[in-house]
Design a protein around this ligand. Sequence first.
Ligand code: GLY
Length: 396
Amino acid sequence: MTEQKVNPGLEWDLGWAEEAWSRAEAKIVRNARTIGAAYPNGTKDGHYVRGPEHDWVAGFWPGLLWLAYRENGNEELRRVAEACERQLAETLQTYDLLHHDVGFMFSLSSVAQHRLAEASGRGGDADAKRHALIAANLLAGRYNPQGEFIRAWPNWDEEDHAGWAIIDCLMNLPLLHWAGREIKDPRYKHIAIRHADSVLRDFVRPDGSVCHIFRYDPETGTPIESLAGQGYAADSAWARGASWALYGFALCYRYTGEMRYREAALRVARFFIERLPEDAVPYWDFFLPEADRELMPRDSSAAAIAASGLLELTELLTASEGAGVEDAAWCRISAERIVRSLCDRYAEWGDEHEGLLRHATGYYSRGVYVDESLIYGDYFFVEALAKLRGRKELFW
Ligand code: GLY
C-alpha cells in the first residue's frame, strides 16, 4: 500500500483505495478486449455507445488505458491505446470538426503516449509528439486576441459561436503549456494565461460558482453576457462546469505558479464542497429549484473531476510554503470523502454494465446521457485513485 503524507499530523489509511484500484484496473483490462480501439462516450442499456474519432471525449478511453498501463505494463492495453492514438491523429485533417477540446483529446492520448515513452527511457514518441503539437497549434489558432479568449465551438446548428468561450476550455490549456515547453516558444503560454485571466474575470462569481458559457463581441472583444449552456440557467452553477473550473485553475497554477489561479481554484473548491449533498456527489446543477432538486439526477462525473482536481491542489499546496499546508489537508480530506463515496455507492465493478461509475449526467436539458456512465467520469475516477495510491505525474 502506498502511503502519502501531506500533513505530518495525519495518516492516511488507503486500503479501500487500493482495493478499488485493483477492481477498476481489472475492469479496464476486460473492457479493452470488448471495446478495443474505439471511442466510448456514455452508456445506454449497460453498454458504452461508441462515437466518432473527432468527438471531444475521444481521448478519455486511451487515457484510461494509459492510466492502467502505467501501473501494470500490460502490453495489450498499450497496443489498444496506441491504435486509438493513430486513429485520433487522422482527425487532425478534419479541421472543421475539431474545436477547443483538442486539449482533452490529445493530452490524454498523444501527450500521454509521448510522456510514457519518455519515462520509459525510449526518448519519447516522435509521432505522438508531432500530433500533439499540431493539435496545440489548432488550439492556439482559436485565440481571439481582441477579446483575449479561446473561441469554443465552430458555428454548428446555424448559431453564431464566434464570440463564445466556455469554462471546460480551462482543461485544454495544459496542451498549450506542454507545447510551449516542448518547442521553447512562450507564445503558447501567453495565450493560455490571457484566456485563463478572461475566465477568471468573466466566469467566476464572488461566491466561487461559475457560468458555463460567456459571450464576447468577437470583433471588439467586449464582454457581453453569460449563457446557460449545459447548466440550468445563465446564473446557475452547472456542477461539471464547477469541477472543470476547480481542476482547470489548479493546472493553471501548476504551469504558471501564479497565486491568482491557486486562489481561484480554492474559491471554486469551497463553493463545490460546501454545497454537496450528504453522499458528496452533486446534483447536475448546484442551483436547481428547491422543489425539484431531490428528484433530479446526480452527476458522478463532476464529483470525480473535482476529486482529482482537489488531489492536484493538495500536491501543489503541499509543495508550497506556509498557509498552503492547511488548505492542502482540507483538499485531501475533501477529495477522499468524494472518492470513498464514489467507490462505495456509485462504482460498478461487474461486467453487466460497461461503465465504472454510475449516475453521471451528460447534458440534462437535451436528455443526453442522463443518469448513465460517462467515459470522462470513469477516467477522472481512475485518475483520482491513481493519485491516492501515490502517483504524482500527470498526463495533462
Ligand atoms: N465538455 C463538455 C462537458 O463537460 O459535457
